[in-house]
Design a binder for this molecule. Structure first.
Ligand code: FES
Length: 176
């Protein structure tokens, strides 16, 4: 470059890199679209994972019957529980066989046979045992498996407050 050309270049104004109108519009529109999409998608993600963040409401106790009505002879009681599992809410009806042991303590057994899950009944054979009609499993009054079934009947968690029996979740039998 000659001296003359050097001088001319030094006097020219510095060219700034300016954003074209087209670039400005596309940045602005892109940003606005991303903002609006985020606003629409984030609540959907929150809705999708919400059941995972919410605790199941199983495990609460339900008032079933007055304690004074319980005898040594097992009696069948039905009660409803409110269950919330994710988005699904239901009020299934459950059954418990409630009686007193030799010491007078109240306990409640599940009616679900431990063989293949049929429903047991009390004393249908006049032998003071629980009997399952599906494959003839038998259980003692405390739920001990006497024939066919591989395990004792499950038990309900139980508490007594102000003269009423409350039943909670099912647990393994503690009586036998
Ligand atoms: S399911 Fe009860 S005996 Fe088989």
């Amino acid at each position: 470059m000659s001296n003359h050309e050097h001088r001319e270049a030094a006097h020219q104004p510095v060219k700034r890199k300016e954003m074209s109108r087209r670039q400005f519009l596309s940045y602005t529109l892109g940003g606005a679209t991303a903002f609006m999409a985020g606003g629409a998608v984030l609540p959907m993600i929150r809705f999708a994972v919400d059941p995972l963040l919410t605790q199941k409401t199983e495990g609460t106790f339900v008032k079933v019957v007055e304690e004074s009505k319980i005898t040594n002879e097992p009696q069948e009681f039905r009660f409803q529980v409110h269950q919330v599992d994710g988005w699904y809410e239901s009020d299934p009806e459950l059954t418990a066989w409630i009686s007193r042991d030799q010491q007078g303590n109240v306990f409640a057994l599940s009616p679900v046979c431990k063989h293949l899950g049929c429903t047991i009944n009390w004393n249908t054979q006049n032998d003071n045992q629980y009997f399952c009609p599906c494959h003839e499993a038998k259980y003692s009054p405390e739920g001990k498996n006497l024939a066919v079934a591989p395990a004792p009947l499950d038990e309900y968690d139980l508490k007594i407050e102000d003269g009423f029996i409350y039943l909670g979740p099912i647990k393994p039998n503690t009586k036998v």
